[in-house]
Ligand binder design. Structure first.
Ligand code: UT7
Length: 320
């Protein structure tokens, strides 16, 4: 039986760091409010003209280097993003050209903050079925462009960045199990409710969110899907070495870990420095924990995310 395994990770954060104190100068907020309500201390913002494909390119180069693979080997690129460079073509196509990849398929996945977990699940199926022998799976976002600076309840929460992994075929698992869910009845509580129509933007082209409804929904489904994916793999929770949830709010992360019975020592947290980078948050956190040596061969890693749609999902991995 063929499996897929992550052979290398990479990430990229734009150079500009914006602290909570910097935001105090721009909106009616305080470092104290942001830290106590969310755990966020700072975030990175892309430079003018720096697009999701640019961030993705840097993350992919680092992931390929870590995996010891050349761009000529890549035959699949799946990009998770909510902030594409343009309406079409997709970021994956633009990224393919920027990387110099000339074969295989490249496409985007739109599942908002769950995008990377969705993209990884899709790429896993491509690799296991033999359709891909070297896949790049990327989460990349430039949220700074869709923040409403008149809405202090959302503009302080997000940041920009990208994370990527190289997925290869393997005789050993690899990705042990994945679970994906959607409930379209909740589209209204988290959205950028705009579209382009007749050369104009119809609707509000900024993040809108009912924070408390999202908070409760997130804790509930993240707890449920963790149990589901563990059951599917036949793995007890005690054997999860690292839990890497979507990084939206440290209170959501702590509440989920508490409900699962996982100590915070086994949870990777980057939201304090990255804020919520949507589809990029999980691969950014994964790359950090791989590069600093926390995640080691043979360990079990549980990735989870939840986002607009509503979408949510989990991937359970045996690190190889
Ligand atoms: O990727 C998934 C997307 N998002 C999330 O996961 C976010 C989920 N939700 C949350 O993280 C939290 O609901 C928030 C951090 C967004 C808000 O925290 P909260 O504890 O639910 O606060 P709240 O919305 O109930 O607001 C409490 C107060 C309000 O003032 P009053 O009405 O009590 O006087 C707000 O106006 O905090 C005020 N407030 C702020 N004050 C200072 C809201 N935003 C700010 C701010 N600075 N930035």
């Amino acid at each position: 039986m063929l499996y897929s395994r992550i052979a290398g990770t990479g990430s990229y954060l734009p150079a500009t760091v914006v602290t909570n104190s910097d935001l105090e100068k721009r909106v009616d907020t305080s470092d104290e409010w942001i830290r106590t309500r969310t755990g966020i201390r700072e975030r990175h913002f892309a430079a003018e003209g720096e697009l999701s494909s640019d961030l993705a390119m840097q993350a992919c180069r680092r992931a390929l280097q870590a995996a010891g693979r050349d761009v000529s080997e890549v035959d699949l690129i799946v990009v998770a993003t909510t902030t594409p460079d343009m309406i079409f073509p997709g970021v994956a196509c633009i990224l393919q050209a920027k990387l110099g990849v000339t074969r295989g398929a490249a496409f985007d996945v739109q599942a908002v903050c769950s995008g990377f977990v969705y993209a990884l699940s899709i790429a896993d199926m491509f690799v296991r079925s033999g359709q891909s022998r070297c896949a790049l799976v990327v989460g990349t976002e430039v949220y700074s462009g869709i923040l409403d600076w008149n809405d202090r309840s959302t503009c302080v929460l997000f940041g920009d960045g990208a994370g990527a992994v190289v997925l290869l075929p393997s005789q050993e698992p690899g990705i042990l199990a994945t679970r994906l869910h959607t409930d379209g009845r909740y589209t209204d509580i988290l959205a950028v409710p705009a579209r382009v129509c007749g050369g104009n933007i119809a609707g509000k082209p900024f993040v809108t969110m009912e924070g408390q409804a999202v908070f409760k929904f997130a804790v509930k489904v993240l707890t449920e899907v963790a149990a589901e994916v563990l059951e599917r793999a036949g793995l007890p929770l005690e054997q999860v070495d690292w839990f890497i949830p979507h990084q939206a709010n440290v209170r959501i992360i702590e509440a989920t870990a508490r409900k699962l019975g996982l100590p915070m020592e086994r949870v990777v947290v980057t939201v304090d420095r990255h804020a919520n980078t949507s589809a990029a948050s999980v691969p950014l956190a994964l790359d950090e924990a791989v590069r600093d040596g926390r995640i080691r061969a043979g360990q079990h890693v549980l990735l989870e995310a939840v986002g607009g749609g509503f979408t949510w999902g989990a991937c359970l991995i045996k690190w190889g």
